[in-house]
Design a protein around this ligand. Structure first.
Ligand SMILES: *Cc1c(COP(=O)(O)O)cnc(C)c1O
Length: 370
């Protein structure tokens, strides 16, 4: 029996993806083992932090790295690093940065809520958020005209949460950053290619350890050597209340050494989701198809279109009933307003797709009896 079930908490079937609110990832045995071993041992934390930085560098192709407790902490620490550098007096002042170079330029459609606000994470790191353009339209000029002698960095948020259309591409941001010799930071929290943005030329890239990496509660910053030294030094300041422990670092290292693990995964995802769709399509009013991730990642989800007139349930209602059941079933609901629910195969334990089909079919056929 799972540890949370023994506490009397509901069993969760997570088909919604790497959701922080559901515990992000369930780690492999090897990662779990390293968490336990680290918890039961001592180490010089600075040494471990530098070592972890080297492992991050190897995995990402960056010059160096800095472990963090999550990508949100990564945003705050990276911001603090570009503002305070390795200067201890400044590090101890953060987030108070009045009078010094502290502006971080972000396109308006990318200042999103990922569970908390990107802008707030920047402010915690001492950054003053300079949002440019409009929510659905940003011109190159908007970005360029925002650069002043107080600009500390340009930041790009690569995320399905962000507005995809009308924003300036990475290339434009990089070009402007390079022309004005400003650090270019990319928040790639949920991305699964850990080398792409470093190769692209970003100075700092931030990833979550609990999302694509399927690691423990953790995250990583990678990038230029001097900036990574500055990132690690922020643990003497604003980083302290968001410190990653020895367990998190050991787990992150093991997770990085196991990655990539996805090669045979795509076919398996498709097979499981196709089997689920076949079952659901027997129900009048449900249509089901396989859809690749909106952000183009190698994730193939079952997309269920719910016809309220035929099933007697709106997608919202169905979602609610599944979430409040026991086991509680969480589906992805980005498109629930247009009657679509999605099943993310990545976090599903073996056979759980069958439990999902069963629960949906039960709800609808019970409803019809009434
Ligand atoms: C999830 C996410 C974060 C936060 O990541 P954590 O590892 O949970 O701190 C930050 N930015 C984006 C775009 C995200 O999707």
């Amino acid at each position: 029996m799972g540890i949370f079930k023994t506490m009397g908490l509901r069993e969760i079937i997570n088909a919604s993806g790497k959701m922080t609110a559901l515990g992000a990832s369930a780690v492999s045995d090897e990662i779990a083992d390293s968490l336990r071993k680290a918890a039961q041992d001592y180490v010089d934390i600075d040494e471990l932090m530098e070592y972890t930085g080297k492992v991050i560098a190897e995995s990402t192709g960056a010059e160096d790295g800095c472990p963090v407790v999550g990508a949100a902490a990564g945003i705050a620490i990276a911001t603090a690093a570009v503002i305070a550098g390795e200067n201890l007096s400044l590090i101890e002042k953060i987030p108070d940065t009045a009078g010094i170079r502290n502006e971080v330029i972000v396109q308006k459609g990318q200042l999103v809520h990922f569970g908390a606000s990107i802008g707030q994470m920047i402010r915690i790191g001492g950054g003053k958020v300079i949002e440019v353009g409009q929510a659905n339209k940003v011109e190159k000029e908007h970005i360029e005209q925002a650069v002043t002698e107080k600009t500390a960095a340009l930041m790009y948020i690569k995320s399905h949460h962000a507005v995809q259309k009308g924003m300036q591409p990475l290339e434009t941001m990089l070009d402007i950053a390079q022309r004005y010799q400003l650090p270019f930071i990319i928040d790639a929290a949920a991305e699964e290619d850990f080398q792409k943005y470093i190769r692209f030329g970003a100075d700092i890239v931030i990833y979550s350890g609990g999302k694509a990496l399927a690691g423990p509660t953790s995250g990583m910053i990678c990038g230029k050597k001097q900036l990574m030294t500055a990132c690690r030094k922020q643990y003497k300041g604003v980083g302290r209340p968001m410190k990653i422990g020895k367990e998190g670092m050991a787990g992150l290292i093991t997770a990085l050494k196991q990655y990539p693990f996805k090669s045979s995964n795509t076919e398996q995802q498709m097979e499981r989701m196709t089997a689920l769709c076949r079952k659901l399509e027997k129900i009048d009013g449900l249509r089901c198809s396989i859809k690749q991730d909106e952000a183009g990642r190698e994730i193939y989800r079952a997309q269920i279109q719910v016809d309220e007139n035929k099933t007697g349930f709106s997608a919202e209602k169905l979602l609610y009933l599944l979430e409040s059941g026991n086991p509680a079933i969480y589906l992805r609901h980005h498109y629930v307003n247009v009657g679509i629910l999605s099943v993310d195969p990545r976090p599903l334990l073996p056979g759980q797709e069958d439990s999902i089909a069963e629960a949906i079919i039960n709800i609808i056929s019970e409803g019809k009896k009434k």
